[in-house]
Ligand binder design. Structure first.
Ligand SMILES: CC(C)(COP(=O)(O)OP(=O)(O)OC[C@H]1O[C@@H](n2cnc3c(N)ncnc32)[C@H](O)[C@@H]1OP(=O)(O)O)[C@@H](O)C(=O)NCCC(=O)NCCS
Length: 282
């Protein structure tokens, strides 16, 4: 089979959407992000074609922690199991490596077994599992006394973040737009500077607005520290944005906070696995 990978272009939309619109019972998000991804300079989108016809796609995004995030891999049902998704993945690793990027990550729904086989085939390893919680009451009003962390408190913020179970269980990442990046020293400083880090007692949270193609949503990208304080912090942050329709809280599985979230009227919407691969020397 003669397959080639090349950068995506506007004319690929129609042949790709002809099958993507049926993926996941018609709930795939790709149609909503396609235009943004095509224009974006934060990432590159690729297509695999067979006999000159586009039959698959993916995207590599360059994240603020200096890692590469692989997403949006889709292969036409008639062309699956032939190594095309793996070709797209290898191409993305080449592109990222050329930019000097050494850490590659991606996520997949916890039940997507076919995808997991393909992901392990390109030598990514599972490093953590996360759940995404949302309040059962969508009109939840924030209650409590969270306060924004100031730049003078960065070291203290790092101590709480790095010392938390959530940091350890989640391999030190936070989530933004459903992509995971490391809470490195530089990233924590940037998040504090932009006013996204909040504290209550011995707990810290990173809160941002997320947006990709859809209406903006509110996301607690990371929350960690003493579980009871962390729960109070979530309650005082979730619901602050009136324009957000959805509100998400990202928590690594086995975090003691999960018990508190369930008791406080939050339900699990989605469970996902974080996979990672690091470049070998050379
Ligand atoms: C997951 C997906 C991208 C895999 O694409 P693919 O081109 O079939 O994958 P590859 O041929 O490169 O990899 C093949 C491996 O994946 C598995 N696989 C995935 N889908 C398969 C299919 N429909 N038929 C056969 N094998 C499949 C095989 O087990 C194979 O591993 P093995 O040869 O070691 O047994 C494709 O099934 C797809 O588009 N699914 C719908 C969207 C989706 O789930 N995307 C991933 C989100 S994380």
């Amino acid at each position: 089979m003669d397959a080639t990978v090349r950068p995506a272009r506007p004319s690929d939309k129609e042949p790709l959407m002809s099958f993507i619109r049926n993926v996941w019972g018609g709930h795939d998000y790709i149609p909503f992000v396609w235009e943004d991804w095509l224009k974006s300079d934060r990432g590159r989108m690729f297509v695999v074609e067979v006999g000159g016809v586009p039959v698959g796609m993916n995207r590599v995004q360059f994240l603020e922690d200096g890692s590469a995030w692989f997403e949006g891999v889709r292969v036409h049902p008639d062309f699956r199991g032939k190594g095309l998704a793996s070709m797209l993945g290898e191409n993305s690793m080449r592109v990222a490596k050329e930019r000097g990027i050494r850490v590659y990550r991606l996520t997949s729904g916890s039940k997507n077994r076919l995808a997991h086989r393909q992901i392990t085939r390109i030598e990514f390893n599972e490093v953590a599992r996360f759940s995404v919680y949302e309040p059962e009451n969508r009109d939840l009003k924030p209650r409590g006394k969270a306060r924004r962390v100031t730049i003078e408190e960065v070291e203290e913020a790092r101590r709480i973040i790095e010392g938390s179970k959530e940091f350890r269980l989640g391999t030190g990442v936070f989530w933004h737009n459903f992509a995971a990046a490391s809470l490195s020293k530089g990233v924590i400083e940037k998040l504090v500077e932009e006013g996204s880090v909040w504290r209550l007692g011995e707990a810290l949270a990173v809160v941002r607005m997320g947006k990709e193609g859809a209406p903006a949503w509110e996301e607690v990208c990371f929350v960690g520290g003493r579980a009871a304080d962390a729960m109070k912090l979530v309650k005082s942050l979730v619901g602050r944005s009136r324009r957000a329709k959805e509100r998400w809280v990202f928590v690594p599985q086995r975090s003691p906070l999960i018990h508190h979230l369930r008791r406080s009227g939050f339900k699990r919407n989605y469970a996902m696995i974080l996979f990672e691969r690091r470049a070998v020397n050379g």
